[in-house]
Design a protein around this ligand. Structure first.
Ligand SMILES: Cc1ncc(COP(=O)(O)O)c(C=O)c1O
Length: 393
């Protein structure tokens, strides 16, 4: 694909795009799911791996903890957390599972979440429901609602039985930005344990996790900070750090959090060590410029594609959408995992576009915009999607 340029970014966009090894034939419009690592950061990780292989004993026994600590302090500062409250963890799934298992739920207790919750997190909640009799309370929240409407709806779900809540910061199926600070504050005042799923937050929005003041917060660096995969940050307040039970009990367990999660068994820890490089690389592009670009491109692109397939563009309340946009699909096209997969495969095969069809409500496509994307890629999707839909109906 001949990517001509990007007026939304500016004349230096080709140089930015060249920093990623992404296949130029493909429109990569799904940064949100798996991220994408820039070349310099990829090379830095290779360097770390090489150095580890030159003397594994020296690397693991003598160097690793100090190096992780150095990376931790940069990562903690980036998300606005105190160093003692922050640890690296592989991913958001692991952190949320560990948080849920650390809470002493009793039969009949309620776990509050919204219908925008990430499906794998929903499965973890469902497991609690089935195995321990915890009742999941799922709050419907419409796109287009203002932050205060979202906040009110969420908090109205609290009852005397609500033990804990999972609050999305930026939702997976819809990209909706939740007023997480206000929701956490409201939940805290009612004595509810708060778990904030900030998987998409690092890099997509400015963070001050200390001020957010949740019991548990987790965010992925491998999404919008473009670090290597397997690098998330977990932050806990004092209270949670006392009742937290790491999923893997290992060497440093007796030291308590955060050291108790520093070693999770023999593994490749290079993704943690590369997080500072990823932060530096993305900062060098200018976060404000990147965020403005991504927000505008996601909004423009999703509206363009929506109109092309004859659907009403999805209207977010101002300030509740960032780098991910939604395209409403004709009813009946995407309604479960299988139908979403069928559309995904067909769009990829015939248009060479990677997007995320989502079986949320009546079916949507979620598109992402990262700095390496450009309007041409959305135009390709807009040009080809009507025919793909016609063929599948
Ligand atoms: C909101 C949300 N929570 C959790 C996850 C899971 O992240 P991971 O696969 O890194 O565990 C994702 C991944 O897309 C997500 O979007």
């Amino acid at each position: 694909m001949d990517l001509l340029g990007n007026v939304l970014w500016g004349p230096d966009w080709s140089e930015v795009r060249a920093q990623w090894m992404l296949d130029p034939e493909v429109a990569h419009l799904n940064h949100g799911s798996y991220g994408a690592v820039s070349n310099p950061v990829f090379e830095r990780q290779e360097e770390i791996r090489r150095s580890a292989e030159s003397n594994p004993h020296d690397f693991f026994l003598r160097k690793l903890y100090d190096q992780i600590d150095a990376a931790r302090s940069i990562a903690a500062e980036f998300v606005g957390a105190d160093l003692h409250s922050f640890s690296f963890i592989r991913n958001t799934s692991l952190a949320i599972n560990a948080a849920l298992r650390s809470i002493d739920f009793e039969r009949g207790d309620e776990l509050l979440l919204s219908e925008h919750v990430y499906q794998a997190v929903y499965q973890a909640a469902l497991d609690l429901e089935r195995r321990h009799g915890v009742r999941m309370v799922e709050i419907p929240i419409d796109i287009g609602w203002s932050p205060s409407e979202i906040q009110d709806a969420f908090l109205q779900g609290v009852t005397v039985k609500t033990k804990a809540a999972i609050v999305d910061q930026i939702a997976s199926p819809t990209g909706l930005v939740f007023p997480a600070n206000e929701i956490v504050q409201g939940l805290r005042s009612k004595g509810v344990i708060t778990i904030v799923d900030g998987a998409h937050a690092p890099g997509m929005v400015d963070l001050n996790v200390k001020e957010l003041d949740a019991h548990f917060w987790v965010g992925n660096f491998h999404k919008w900070v473009c670090s290597p995969r397997g690098a998330a940050g977990l932050v806990m307040d004092e209270e949670a750090s006392h009742f937290f039970r790491p999923t893997i009990i290992s060497w440093r367990h007796q030291e308590g959090y955060p050291n108790s999660v520093a070693w999770q068994g023999t593994d490749d820890y290079s993704s943690f060590l590369t997080v500072p490089d990823a932060i530096r690389f993305m900062s060098s592009l200018d976060w404000d410029r990147a965020r403005r670009h991504n927000r505008e491109l996601a909004a423009w692109g999703s509206e363009l594609v929506s109109r092309a397939i004859g659907e009403q563009p999805v209207q977010f309340y101002p300030g509740t959408a960032e780098a991910m946009g939604l395209i409403r699909l004709p009813k009946g096209l995407v309604f479960d995992h299988g139908s979403a997969r069928r559309l995904d495969i067909e769009i990829s095969r015939s248009l060479k576009c990677e997007v995320r069809p989502i079986a949320w409500r009546d079916g949507f496509i979620r598109v992402s915009a990262q700095v390496y994307n450009c309007p041409d890629e959305f135009e390709r999707l807009a040009d080809g999607l009507p025919e793909v839909i016609r063929q599948l109906r």
